[in-house]
Design a protein around this ligand. Structure first.
Ligand SMILES: Nc1nc2c(ncn2[C@@H]2O[C@H](COP(=O)(O)OP(=O)(O)OP(=O)(O)O)[C@@H](O)[C@H]2O)c(=O)[nH]1
Length: 305
């Protein structure tokens, strides 16, 4: 059974990529979604009709390591898939995910081979996050075989090339896609992923002890949400920007705004909203991830009298 990992920092575009990539895969696939927040949302946003196992409220490489191992074992027994694709939480180190997979193999006796390690990188936040989150952020780029830059709209060609060169500098061995992969057809996308080297297992070595993501980042899941007017919801987004409730790095959810159910996606570098997909019957909820979050204040933002 092959294991592929699609990593990327908070909001870098992992789920979007999976919606392009999963239909390009041959054979039986199962997806593992690991959400740092306490409510799962990404699993519901996957369009491909394949089994999805959601593991949330922490990282599969730290506090949820046992759930992860059991999850892999159950998937192997129940589905015997050709491949498992893992979308780790945005704050998970890719090197730790690899170790978690190797541990699953050792402890559960599962026959798995780690093949593609992919890192999605939002070019607009790259320099700031490299500076602010160093090891957490760079580990994904440094361990990937394939780097897919995202959020290139509005970036001038010269700046785009400079940023890609900077990203390549962090991992010269990786294949980097210099175009917007979303313009590729299924076949082209598969060829691109196949062009990246498979992960090479190395024996020995002592893993460096690393600070768990849970000590640096936190999340608040909000399931009691108001109905917002447009102005009220704009004030919530503004509060994120102004860091009124701590440093919000990612927020997403389904809410009722101005009488319409919307799906919103926030990062400090991008914002998107669209009508909620009513076919999925998603309940109204939101998840906020960041640093030094004031949980009470986050909840108050979503509850207007
Ligand atoms: N402009 C632009 N937007 C993108 C691109 N890829 C994803 N997005 C948007 O960025 C937002 C976050 O994308 P996701 O695919 O949910 O990112 P993610 O890495 O799965 O996010 P989390 O795991 O929830 O932190 C969504 O609004 C996407 O539509 C891209 O290449 N360009």
């Amino acid at each position: 059974m092959e294991v592929q990992v699609v990593s990327g920092f908070l909001g870098a575009g992992k789920t979007t990529f999976l919606n392009h990539y999963l239909p390009a895969l041959a054979g039986k696939t199962v997806l593992i979604e690991n959400e740092f927040g306490e409510v799962g949302l990404d699993g519901e946003l996957i369009q491909e009709d394949i089994p999805v196992r959601e593991i949330y409220a922490g990282c599969i490489c730290c506090s949820l390591a046992i759930d992860f191992r059991q999850g892999i074992k159950e998937i192997a027994e129940k589905f015997s898939p050709d491949q498992i694709v893992i979308e780790p939480s945005g704050v998970g180190r890719l090197s730790d995910i690899v170790k978690a997979c190797q541990k699953a193999r050792e402890k559960e006796g599962i026959d798995l081979t780690i093949t593609k390690l992919i890192a999605m990188v939002d070019v607009k936040s790259f320099e700031e996050y490299r500076e602010d989150f160093g090891d957490f952020y760079l580990d994904q780029i440094q361990h990937a075989g394939l780097i897919l830059p995202t959020n290139m709209e509005g970036v001038e060609e010269k700046e785009w090339n400079r940023l890609l060169d900077e990203i390549c500098g962090e991992n010269p061995k990786a294949v980097i896609c210099r175009e917007d992969y979303r313009t590729f057809g299924r076949k082209e996308l598969k060829t691109l992923v196949d062009a990246a080297e498979d992960y090479e297992e190395m024996s020995g070595g002592h893993p460096k002890p690393a600070l768990p993501a849970e000590r640096v980042f936190s999340s608040v899941a909000v399931e009691e949400v108001s109905e917002f007017s447009r102005e009220q919801f704009d004030a919530v987004l503004n509060a994120f920007k102004c860091q009124d409730a701590g440093q919000v790095l990612r927020a997403k959810g389904i809410l009722s705004v101005a009488g319409q159910r919307i799906h919103f996606e926030y990062t400090p570098f991008s914002y998107e909203e669209c009508p909620a997909d009513e076919r999925k019957h998603l309940s109204e909820k939101a998840v906020v991830i960041g640093c030094d979050l004031d949980e009470e204040k986050v909840r108050q933002l979503f509850w207007v009298e």
